[in-house]
Design a protein around this ligand. Structure first.
Ligand code: URP
Ligand code: ZN
Ligand code: ZN
Length: 472
């Protein structure tokens, strides 16, 4: 099967140019003036941008949390991703035992059968010992080349600083990139205890008990540990302006640190938590203030932050009521579990399908960023950082034919009616967006065309990531 996409505007991080693009089977085979070439299918992309499929480097599918589970699994979440123009996602493996290889096999078995787009995994390291250290090189052989550590969630996920240093060293030695969830676990635990004792149980106390200073000092601490280990570090879900300052400072010293932010931190503030439905915005780290947003935007503009991911980890707002999904009722306990106590609200937000459309509108349609910067931050950089480039994240001969046809003039009133995320709310409900994907192709197969779904569970393939080699 071959597909010729004619007359589109091809976008790379460096340039935009009018050209045709030929797909044969699952690969892009040529780009240029292909007017004399014939193909099984010819698509006229006049007036459209031709983008690489989006790469979302931070999602949580089917993740057990707080007595429930994140409401998108590896089928529904990857389907929603495709509807928004994302064709590759990277999920996390929870470290439920010290046998990391068995954990990988179990997650592969779960995801392989369901994923509708290509996917890979990061491994959480939340309990460190010699057995775990010895297993880390085995991950690389299985295509997993990134680890996540936490400075928060004491007695559950957090590692001590010395353990993080050891993980950084072993990761560096074996070609893995360490990622860090940067918050101050001790401060959070104390502030939560105090809030509970004082009867402060409303959602806003989620933000008040997780201060930005904790995130900022943790980024500085992470950079210090990375410098000590001479190892690269990637800060996930950056949310506070001071984190950008710390990252910029560390990078100016030549320390190999990079960072990611997510749309929720660019568009929302802790004021949302004071709404009657404030639980919808509960995630960790929390959404912050307008000045934090401004500094995060600057970080994207200046190249201090390299990627935009989602941290997609959805829950129903009201899990006592079913929604219809593919015509069948689905009901999963959600944010109502903490209706009287913010500490019991499952942490996380939907966003896997929203990312590309909301960011395009705010970046490209607004004129603030170029379409090339958009592609760099949402497609190319995550693929490079996580060892998938040039198979993913780019339009080049030899790359997987993950291609998105994007109509920059299409206007939509966005919300649950558009997004396919399996939950009962959308953070961007009613937003007027300009620019939308009209056709999404994954390894040569059209998954979405003008809102119709042609994908299937199990068609997504695991992407074995290369060892870390690209500091951006
Ligand atoms: O609230 C969030 N972000 N839940 C997912 C877990 C994490 O730390 O990324
Ligand atoms: Zn995290
Ligand atoms: Zn996360």
């Amino acid at each position: 099967m071959s597909t010729l996409i004619k007359n589109g505007r091809i976008v790379t991080p460096a340039e935009t140019f009018q050209a045709d693009l030929l797909i044969e089977k699952e690969k892009i085979v040529s780009i240029g003036d292909l007017s004399s070439v014939s193909a099984d299918e010819v698509i006229d992309a006049a007036g459209l941008y031709v983008l690489p499929g989006g790469v979302d480097a931070h999602v949580h599918l089917d993740l057990p949390m707080a007595g429930t589970v994140s409401s998108d699994d590896h089928y529904t979440g990857t389907k929603a991703a495709a509807f928004g123009g994302t064709t590759t996602v990277i999920d996390f493996i929870s470290q439920d035992s010290d046998d990391l290889v068995s954990l990988v096999e179990a997650m592969r078995a779960k995801a392989d059968a369901k994923a509708a787009i290509d996917y890979s995994f990061h491994m959480n390291i939340t309990h460190y010992n010699e057995q775990v250290d010895r297993a880390i090189p085995e991950l690389v052989k299985r295509g997993i080349t990134s680890l996540k550590v936490f400075t928060a969630y004491n007695h559950r996920l957090r590692l001590q600083d010395g353990e993080i240093l050891q993980v950084l060293r072993t990761a560096k030695k074996n070609g893995l990139l360490t990622m860090m969830h940067a918050e101050n676990g001790d401060v959070i635990d104390l502030l939560i205890q105090e809030a509970i004792r004082a009867g402060h149980l409303a959602p806003i106390w989620h933000a008040r008990t997780r201060p930005a200073w904790g995130a900022e000092e943790s980024v500085a601490r992470g950079a210090a540990l990375a410098a000590t280990a001479d190892a690269p570090l990637y800060i996930v879900h950056m949310n506070a302006g001071g984190e950008v300052d710390q990252l910029e400072y560390a990078r100016s010293l030549g320390i190999a640190v990079m960072g990611e932010t997510c749309p929720q931190y660019l568009f929302f503030t802790e004021k949302e938590l004071e709404r009657p439905d404030g639980a919808k915005w509960i995630c960790s780290p929390p959404v912050r203030t307008e000045s934090d947003q401004q500094r995060l935007w600057e970080g994207l503009e200046d190249g201090v932050i390299q990627t935009i991911a989602t941290d997609h980890c959805p829950f129903f707002f009201d899990g006592t009521k079913p929604i219809l999904y593919e015509g069948k009722p689905v009901q999963i306990p959600g944010k109502e579990l903490g209706k009287d106590d913010f500490t019991k609200i499952p942490n996380g937000l939907p966003g896997i399908g929203d990312r590309m459309p909301v960011m395009w509108d705010a970046m490209v349609s607004s004129g603030r960023f170029t379409v090339n910067q958009f592609v760099e931050l949402t497609c190319a950089n995550p693929a490079k950082i996580f060892g998938m480039y040039p198979r993913k994240g780019c339009l080049l001969p030899g790359a997987d034919a993950d291609v998105v046809l994007w109509d920059p003039e299409k206007r939509v009133k966005y919300g649950t009616a558009f997004s396919q995320q399996r939950t009962d709310y959308n953070l961007y409900e009613g937003w007027e967006l300009k620019g939308f994907p009209v056709r999404v192709i994954s390894r040569g197969k059209t998954l979405v065309e003008n809102g119709t779904w042609y994908g299937n569970p199990g068609e997504g393939k695991f992407v074995a990531c290369e060892p870390f080699h690209e500091l951006i």
